[in-house]
Each structure stands twice: as C-alpha cells, then as structure tokens.
Design a protein around this ligand. Structure first.
Ligand SMILES: [Mg+2]
Length: 270
C-alpha cells in the first residue's frame, strides 16, 4: 500500500479559468514539474483528480479531456526529465445541470464527493491515511477529507471556508510540496518496503491499465455477434461446393464478416 498525493488539475497544476479542451492551451504553473519530481522521489504516487463539467456543458468531449491529460503528462515528463511522473488521471464529466442528457446527473466522482479518490485507492492499492489531497478550491479539501486524506488548500492569504478545513494552506504549488515533504517520509505498508517490489507492482498495474478495454462495450458486442454468425455463410458456401462461383461468393462473405468482427474487437481495445 503506497501513499499518494492527489492533485487537483485546474489552477493547481495548470492555468485554467475556463473550459479547456484544447491541448495547445495547456500551460503548467510555476514549479509543477519540479514539485512532482520531488514528491515522486520521496515515495509518493501522483494521481490527478479533476471535475470536468465542460463535457456536460458540451464545451468539449471526453476525448479532448484525454488529449489534454496526455499533453500535461508529456509536458511534466519533459520538464522534469522523467517518464510517467503522473501515475493516473481521473476526471468526472458529469454535472447535475448538464446540457447533454447523458451527463446530467450528480455523480459520486464529482468533487466535493470523494469518489475519484476512493476509486483510485481501489485501483492502485493506496493507503489513504498517509496520502494527501492538494487543490485550490474548498471542494478539493472536502473531497480529500472525506476520503481520509490530509489536505492542502493552495492560495495566498486563503483561509478555511465553510466545510473545508484543510490540514494546511499553501502559497503556491512549491509551498504545498514543501509542506507534504516536511510531514516526513511516507510510510509503506509492511511487506512492501522494497523499492524494486513497489516499482514492479506499479509496472504490472500500468500494463493492466494499458491493455484494459476502454470502449463502451458496443463494438465488443457487435464484434462478438459477427463472430457467432460468421460460420453461417461458410456453411452456405459448402452447400454450393459444386458451383464454384456461388461457393467463392459465400467464402468472400465469410471473410468480410470475420474481418468486420476483428475490426470491432480491435476498435474496442483502442
Ligand atoms: Mg482547481
């Protein structure tokens, strides 16, 4: 069980006061790559958790969120001279007042609820009690507290607001990193004191994530259905063995159906 620093995205890692769906507009805030590298070196895993109500408002699509996150990961790695500095990105595209029906709902992943942090703890085997949540909004603090983490609110001159009572208030991202690191080295659960073992486990989890099907399941169902019906034209072809033209026509249909099935299944694994 490893500790994590959960990170809000907008105005914590990148500058963004509006709806950002364009990777070309990603701008890292000062000190972010260096700060993330220091946290990683201290033994923390790094997980971004971000509300993306812009999807629900129809400003951009989930694919755009993924593209922005790939851009952030790439910029951070480039600046910090590391690979895979950020372990995971979780985002919540739902909003109770969405203009797009499919996204119009309250959702346990939507901060201030702790759903994304709890999901990450299940996915990655995180020790929440030794983890931190860092963000610039009271809802980040509330989500972190609800998950059982210590919390840092970024914002010079900020004070605890309403329900949000952070463990600490930081002037900027570098200050937040200093606070986390000053709390002492993260505790690893017994049986995982070896750095190599932790790295091996992380590599296996990353491999699982890479190979996990990401589609909605529709393409997989169509592919499976086509696989099931593929033998039918083949059997029909066998009936016309003595009529070469008809036989080859049915074989051609069989091949087309099989290729379509394989295409659907590959599409699903994209
Ligand atoms: Mg924010």
């Amino acid at each position: 069980m490893e500790p994590v620093v959960f990170l809000d995205r907008d105005n914590t890692l990148i500058a963004n006061d509006g709806d950002l769906g364009d990777p070309a507009r990603v701008t890292l805030l000062d000190g972010v790559p260096e700060g993330l590298r220091r946290l990683r070196d201290a033994g923390y895993r790094l997980v971004v958790v971000t509300n993306q109500g812009g999807v629900a408002r129809g400003r951009y699509e989930e694919e755009d969120v993924d593209r922005v996150h790939r851009e952030i990961a790439g910029l951070v790695d480039l600046a910090a001279d590391r690979r895979g500095l950020v372990d995971r990105f979780y985002y919540c595209p739902f909003h109770p007042e969405a203009v797009i029906d499919a996204y119009r709902r309250e959702h346990p992943w939507r901060k201030p609820q702790p759903g994304m942090l709890l999901q990450a703890s299940r996915d990655l085997g995180i020790d929440l009690r030794s983890s931190w949540m860092v963000g610039d909004q009271p809802r980040d603090v509330q989500a972190g507290s609800a998950a059982g983490c210590r919390t840092i609110l970024i914002g010079p001159g900020r004070e605890a607001e309403g329900e949000a009572s952070p463990t600490a208030i930081a002037n900027d991202f570098t200050d937040a990193v200093d606070i986390v690191l000053a709390s002492g080295r993260p505790q690893r659960a017994r049986g995982e004191s070896s750095n190599e073992l932790a790295q091996l486990r992380r590599a296996i989890e990353d491999l699982n994530e890479t190979t996990r099907p990401r589609g909605t399941g529709t393409a997989r169902m169509i592919g499976a259905g086509l696989m099931i019906v593929a033998p039918l034209p083949f059997v029909a072809g066998l009936i016309f063995l003595d009529e070469p033209q008809t036989f080859f026509a049915w074989m051609l249909v069989t091949v087309v159906v099989m290729l379509a099935a394989i295409g659907c299944l590959l599409l699903e694994r994209r």
